[in-house]
Ligand binder design. Structure first.
Ligand SMILES: Cc1cc2nc3c(=O)[nH]c(=O)nc-3n(C[C@H](O)[C@H](O)[C@H](O)COP(=O)(O)OP(=O)(O)OC[C@H]3O[C@@H](n4cnc5c(N)ncnc54)[C@H](O)[C@@H]3O)c2cc1C
Length: 465
């Protein structure tokens, strides 16, 4: 029997949101084709031998508290399609110049114990969020609306709408807790004085206790591989090297692209007011990324750093805040050392390091040396272990994936207005019948969670089963 036209869909882009949308449509009985511009599927979930043979580097995302928290991904049998999470002993280490490290442990009590007199404040601030994370994540990873758990959301919102710096300085007295909170808040890619940078610190801090900050065995490509495997098992098709330059004529089109790409795809068909609002969409800072092949593990001065897959290198809150708001001083470096916990990433005895810092959008400056110096500061002798380097500037990131405008990895700035209303107040829906946005330029924004795809499919009127 011929498939009715009404049950056809095209998804443009195979990032985690595009693949999630494709799966949910396929589960609803729709015949789905995904078109991916790049030679490999996955968007921000790709792993490649960027430096030397046998060294497998995550090109974009590496650490996955959001994937592990996702109400979308948990509906999918991704383990059957090869996805296996690996947890480091502690989610996060934050070394300081005195040779110690502040640790975000899975346990609240163990984390509090490392924070001295601020332990009780950490427990009071993050504890309730972590304890009720399974409820809270439903609302945090959803567009603004009537919350499913209003009381929990109200408690969260009270602190979340603040700046990370304001909240840290009001809650904690010591440098250790302030530094830990600031480093996590910097994932907002906002100045730490800006609202709602505290939200990201609270979300990622709570998720660290509740579900951990895991890495996928084999690299982030395993997430895309599992999503794609499941999609194909449902009858979905994926075409790579298939860049779309215009919208296809099918009843449902899900666009895993940002507003700039959408204007290229369909600008001439859009009402002027809508078109102009997309053109006004704001992008945040870019990212300068460095991948390294190493002769051995990073020789941390604080030995505890080797217990965590993620290490934040920025010292004190004041230092991190300076970098994030002005990009002057020493860069705040987000580092992952996946090969310590996943032997598939490097040849026996060798290691990989994944590191980046936020830089002005579109910056052409070379930050490789500054990043290496920052690692060396907390791990003397580290540079001597470098076998090979690979640099991704903002421009190179954008060349690999058009969604990364000027190197912005979050699909647009997460400043207050755009946190809730992205890419504009219509969010997933566009003025074109059957055409929807499903990328991280819609709520809940950046990160590997598939929830933008989930909510776009819901908005298109499909029952999520
Ligand atoms: C360096 C870096 C580090 C990151 N670290 C983390 C992390 O540790 N944890 C985390 O959760 N998140 C992280 N992220 C963010 C995360 O990768 C993204 O938020 C996420 O991938 C967004 O998913 P998406 O599906 O919206 O879009 P993307 O993953 O960007 O996928 C979009 C896809 O659409 C394709 N495309 C674009 N235009 C077209 C077109 N016209 N035709 C066909 N295909 C098209 C692109 O090639 C791309 O494959 C990181 C990102 C980067 C770049």
């Amino acid at each position: 029997m011929a498939v009715s036209d009404q049950s056809r869909a095209v998804v443009i882009g195979s990032g985690p949101n595009g693949l999630a949308a494709a799966i949910l449509l396929a589960r609803a009985g729709v015949v789905v084709t995904v078109h991916e511009a790049a030679a490999e599927i996955g968007g921000g979930t790709r792993t490649e031998e960027l430096t030397l043979p046998g060294y497998r580097h995550d090109v974009c995302s590496a650490i996955h508290p959001m994937a592990a928290s996702s109400p979308c991904f948990e509906r999918f049998p991704l383990a059957q399609f090869g996805l296996e999470w690996i947890h480091s002993d502690a989610p996060l280490a934050h070394p300081l110049d005195d040779g110690s490290a502040v640790m975000l442990e899975r346990s609240i009590d163990a984390t509090a114990a490392g924070l001295g007199s601020d332990g009780a404040a950490w427990r009071a601030l993050i504890g309730p969020l972590a304890e009720h994370w399974s409820e809270l994540r439903q609302d945090v990873l959803a567009p603004l609306g009537v919350p499913r758990h209003p009381l929990r959301m109200a408690n969260f919102g009270l602190h979340a709408l603040r700046s990370a710096r304001g909240l840290a300085e009001s809650q904690f007295r010591g440098e250790r807790a302030r530094a830990l909170f600031a480093g996590i808040g910097a994932h907002s890619v906002l100045p730490l004085e800006a609202m709602p940078s505290a939200a990201i610190a609270l979300v990622l801090g709570a998720a660290g206790h509740a579900v951990g900050w895991p890495v996928p065995r084999g690299g982030s490509q395993s997430i895309a591989g599992a999503l794609a495997g499941y999609l194909r098992s449902l009858g979905g098709e994926i075409r790579t090297n298939s860049r779309m330059d215009s919208l296809p004529g099918v009843p449902i089109v899900m666009c895993d692209v940002g507003p700039r790409q959408f204007l290229k795809l369909a600008g001439h068909r859009l009402p002027a007011a809508y078109r102009e609002s997309l053109a006004r969409y704001r992008y945040g800072p870019g990212v300068f990324k460095l991948d390294l092949a190493l002769d051995g593990p990073i020789p941390w001065r604080a030995a505890e750093c080797a217990r965590a897959a993620t290490v934040h290198l920025g010292g004190t809150l004041a230092e991190i805040a300076q970098w994030e708001s002005t990009h002057t001083g020493r860069p705040f470096v987000l580092l992952a050392q996946q090969s310590l916990f996943d032997p598939t990433r490097a040849p026996a005895g060798k290691h990989t390091a994944w590191a980046y810092c936020h830089v002005p959008n579109g910056s052409t400056e070379d930050f490789a040396d500054a990043i290496e110096q920052q690692i060396e500061r907390f791990a003397p002798g580290f540079r001597a272990r470098i076998l090979a380097r690979h640099v991704l500037t903002p421009a190179k990131l954008e060349a690999r994936n058009a969604n990364l405008v000027g190197g912005d990895i979050g699909g647009g700035s997460m400043e207050l207005g755009q946190t809730f209303l992205r890419p504009n107040w219509h969010r997933y829906r566009t003025p074109l019948p059957g055409v929807y946005f499903c990328s991280s330029s819609t709520p809940p924004g950046g990160g590997v969670h598939g929830m933008c795809g989930y909510h776009a499919v819901k908005r298109a009127g499909f029952l999520i089963n």
